[in-house]
Design a protein around this ligand. Structure first.
Ligand SMILES: *Cc1c(COP(=O)(O)O)cnc(C)c1O
Length: 360
């Protein structure tokens, strides 16, 4: 029994360290996880009640088509219901796209570093990865365009980019999209869309009617605070969605998750308040870096990558000993950096105090 050769040596996804494990290992009572860009304020208070009511239905398979959630999402976005595909997290949409489009004769173009799941899923399909270095932490769309050849099937633009938090602006994205051959799918992964503050962030939804080779990814895992329930979605042309839909598992989003997402969507005030708090709190980290002369990437998301000029594993271990799980930059391609998810005001103040005590 031989596993297919593309899987040999692949590592499973390395998540941020689980809270319970850290508590046990270090004998800490309170441990705060700021490693996976989850919402520190949880989710809309209305979600809990809504999902409790769904418990009476858990013996029954979910609606695989997610009709109610589909209608609500389509209305909110101003697209047709047939332009949406829901997934077990937007991770699953990435998987569905890869299994639908890629073979061992193709390649994809991505930035380096960027979100790990694009390359991971493409590698499983035996596909070549063309990784184009970031330019000052930002996708180098000119070089990415040059990397496209006759065998390129997809280009992933992670916007804002994980792990840098940087963004591609409207002008750069538009001129790129215009140049990309029409038979190459451009995937705009907008997992942090709700946190973006930049005025010139591209508004991609209106582009769908002119660019049938554009796919937009959004998720309920980050600002909506539903990471554990696993719902994300893709938005594309009706034809594209129809073509990839058979690649989706039959009941890939569950009843409770669908209900939670539907309810969370109705509470845009909660999203608005998380957006405002994130903006204020993110500025504290920027301030800390500016004051102390540390490099950082300007972030449009709910995390920040800071170069503290010490080995990432040392910074990680130090913050861990203080009860904070963060992301070691070494694993993300930035050996002297740390990526921290913006937490609550108290959490951020405490981290900055600890870092100041240690480094300054
Ligand atoms: C978190 C994240 C996702 C995946 O989120 P799901 O929980 O699978 O919806 C996708 N893209 C980026 C860039 C992310 O950071």
């Amino acid at each position: 029994m031989n596993i297919k050769s593309s899987m040999v040596g692949l590592q499973p996804y390395q998540p941020g360290k689980p809270i319970e494990e850290v508590k046990r290992e270090l004998g800490l009572k309170e441990v705060i996880k700021l490693a996976s860009n989850e919402n520190p304020y949880g989710s809309s208070p209305s979600v809990e009640k809504a999902i409790m009511e769904e418990f009476q239905n858990i013996a029954v398979y979910p609606d695989g088509y997610a009709q109610e959630l589909r209608t609500k999402t389509a209305n909110l976005l101003g697209v047709n219901e047939q332009q949406l595909i829901f997934g077990n997290g937007s991770d699953e949409i990435i998987l569905i796209l890869c299994r639908s489009f890629l073979t061992n004769e193709d390649n994809i173009v991505i930035a380096d570093p960027t979100f790990s799941q694009y390359a991971h899923n493409a590698v499983i399909e035996g596909t070549e990865i063309k990784a184009v270095p970031l330019n000052n932490g930002v996708h180098d769309l000119d070089e990415m365009h040059k990397a496209i050849d006759d065998n390129t099937k997809m280009v992933f633009v992670c916007n804002p980019n994980n792990p840098t938090g940087t963004y591609v602006n409207e002008d750069a994205f538009m001129s790129f999209l215009k140049k990309v051959p029409k038979d190459v799918l451009v995937v705009s992964d907008e997992a942090y869309y709700e946190y973006v503050t930049a005025e010139d962030y591209p508004s991609t939804l209106p582009l769908l009617k002119d660019y049938p080779n554009l796919m937009i990814l959004r998720t309920f895992s980050k600002a909506y605070g539903l990471a554990s329930l696993r719902v994300g979605y893709g938005i594309g042309s009706e034809k594209l969605i129809r073509e990839i839909d058979p690649g989706r598992g039959p009941f890939n989003t569950n009843t409770i998750a669908q209900k939670a997402a539907l309810t969370a969507l109705e509470d845009q005030e909660f999203i608005e308040s998380c957006y405002r708090k994130n903006k204020t709190e993110l500025a504290k980290y920027v301030d800390f870096c500016e004051k102390n002369g540390f490099d950082y990437y300007p972030s449009q998301a709910n995390f920040i990558l800071m170069d503290l000029r010490k080995p990432g594993s040392d910074i990680f271990q130090y913050l861990l000993s203080k009860g904070f799980i963060t992301r070691n930059g070494e694993a993300l391609g930035f050996p002297t950096s740390i990526r921290i998810t913006v937490g609550t005001p108290e959490q951020n103040d405490k981290i900055i105090e600890e870092l100041t005590n240690w480094l300054v």
